[in-house]
Design a protein around this ligand. Structure first.
Ligand SMILES: Nc1ncnc2c1ncn2[C@@H]1O[C@H](COP(=O)(O)OP(=O)(O)OP(=O)(O)O)[C@@H](O)[C@H]1O
Ligand SMILES: [Mg+2]
Length: 345
C-alpha cells in the first residue's frame, strides 16, 4: 500500500514560480498522468517527489511519512528522466545492478532480480550488451528496468518515450501500463501527449503555470473540460468568442440558443459535434478546405473576422472549398470567466 501526498507544494526559481501551491493525492496503485504545455512545471514537480529538488514550501509524504527533505537514494521512489541517462561505460546488467549493490544485496540476489526485471521489460538475455549497442526503444526499456529493479513504492516517469517514434511509443506505453498494473505501483507519468494521457491514465491532472487546471478521469477531462484552456488542450476543439443576448449566443458567423445570462461567452464545440449544412440564405461561413481521410473528412471553415473552425463529416464528396454553409453545433459547452456555465447534450 503506497499513497503519495503532495500538499501545497511551491517551487520558486528566483522570480519564476515553476510549481505554485500544488496539491494532489495519488492513491495506492493509481496511475496519474501530468499533462500540460512546456514550462508548466511537470518536471519540477516530479523532481521534487524524487528528491532532486527541494520545495520552497509545502510537504510531500509517502505512506504518511514526510520525505520533503529526504535525499533521493533514501526515498522509496524510482524515476525515469526526460532525457534518459544510462551509464554508457557499463553494460545493461551493470546499469541495473548498480543501485542494488549500493544497497548491499548479495551477488546471487542481484543477478536474480536483474534477470527477472529484464524479462519483464522484454529484454531477457540483453544483460551483456553495451548500452551504446541498443536502439532508442531498448535504451528506454533499460532506463525503466533500472527504476523497477529497486522495487520502488512510487514510480516517476518523465516523458520516458518522448524521443521515440509514434509506433514504438504506443507499444511501450501499453507495456508500461501492463507492468504497472501487474506490480500495482503507484505511478506519476508526465507527458505532453494528450493521446498518451487518455490511453494510460486512471486520472489526468492538467497543469498550467505550475497549478492544477483540472484533475479528473480521462473521459471527464475529454467530455467535460473544466476551463477553456483544458478544452483547447485535450483533443481538437473549436473555441469561438461571442456574446450572449436574450438566450442566444452570437458570433458574426452563426448563432445558437444558449440559456445563460447576457454577456461575453466562449463556445466550445468538438469537430465531431459541429454539423454543417448548405447555406439556406446568405451564409456567413465558408468552406476553406476539405481534407479526405477515407474513414471521415475534416472540413476547415472560415468565419467572418478570420475565425477558423473544423467540422468532422462522414463524406468528403458532399463538400467543396468556397461553398457557403450554415453551422449546427449538436453539442457544446460554454465558458465565462474561465468556468463552464453551460453544457448541452
Ligand atoms: N533549475 C531551474 N532554474 C530556473 N528555472 C527553472 C529551473 N528548472 C525549471 N525552471 C523553470 O520552471 C518552469 C517549469 O519548468 P519544468 O521543467 O518543470 O516544465 P515542464 O512542464 O517539465 O516543461 P517541458 O514539457 O518542456 O518538459 C519553466 O519556466 C522553467 O524555465
Ligand atoms: Mg519537463
Amino acid at each position: 500500500m503506497s499513497v503519495l501526498d503532495i500538499k501545497n507544494v511551491t517551487k520558486s526559481f528566483s522570480t519564476t514560480k515553476a510549481v505554485d501551491d500544488f496539491t494532489l493525492t495519488v492513491g495506492d496503485g493509481e496511475l496519474v498522468c501530468l499533462l500540460g504545455p512546456s514550462g508548466s512545471g511537470k518536471s519540477t514537480l516530479l523532481r521534487m517527489i524524487g528528491g532532486f529538488e527541494t520545495p520552497t514550501s509545502g510537504v510531500i509524504t509517502i505512506d504518511g511519512e514526510d520525505v520533503t527533505r529526504v535525499p533521493p537514494e533514501k526515498r522509496p521512489t524510482g524515476m525515469v528522466f526526460q532525457s534518459h541517462a544510462l551509464w554508457t561505460h557499463m553494460n545493461v546488467f551493470k546499469n541495473l545492478a548498480f543501485g542494488l549493490k549500493l544497497r548491499g544485496l548479495p551477488a546471487d540476489e542481484i543477478k536474480r532480480r536483474v534477470e527477472a526485471v529484464l524479462e519483464l521489460v522484454g529484454l531477457g538475455g540483453y544483460g551483456h550488451r553495451q548500452t551504446t549497442q541498443l536502439s532508442g526503444g531498448q535504451q528506454q526499456r533499460v532506463a525503466l528496468a533500472r527504476s523497477l529493479v529497486l522495487e520502488p513504492k512510487i514510480l516517476l516517469l518523465d516523458e520516458p518515450f518522448a524521443s521515440l517514434d509514434q509506433h514504438l511509443r504506443e507499444r511501450l506505453r501499453e507495456e508500461v501500463r501492463d507492468i504497472q498494473q501487474r506490480l500495482k505501483i503507484t505511478t506519476l507519468f508526465v507527458t505532453h501527449g494528450q493521446d498518451e494521457a487518455l490511453a494510460l491514465a486512471d486520472r489526468i491532472v492538467v497543469m498550467r503555470d505550475g497549478r492544477t487546471e483540472q484533475a479528473a478521469r480521462p473521459d471527464v477531462v475529454y467530455r467535460e473540460p473544466a476551463t477553456p484552456f483544458v478544452a483547447g488542450f485535450i483533443g481538437t476543439m473549436n473555441l469561438v468568442d461571442g456574446t450572449v443576448a436574450n438566450g442566444r449566443f452570437a458570433h458574426s458567423g452563426f448563432t445558437v440558443p444558449l440559456p445563460v445570462g447576457d454577456g461575453a461567452a466562449t463556445l466550445a464545440v468538438r469537430p465531431e459535434a459541429l454539423e454543417i449544412v448548405p447555406a439556406s440564405g446568405a451564409g456567413m461561413a465558408k468552406i476553406h478546405r476539405v481534407t479526405d481521410y477515407g474513414t471521415h473528412a475534416i472540413v476547415d471553415i472560415e468565419l467572418p473576422g478570420g475565425v477558423r473552425l473544423k467540422s468532422m463529416t462522414r463524406e468528403a464528396r458532399d463538400w467543396s472549398a468556397g461553398q457557403s454553409i450554415d453551422l449546427k453545433p449538436r453539442a457544446f459547452a460554454a465558458y465565462r470567466d474561465n468556468a463552464a456555465i453551460h453544457r448541452s447534450n
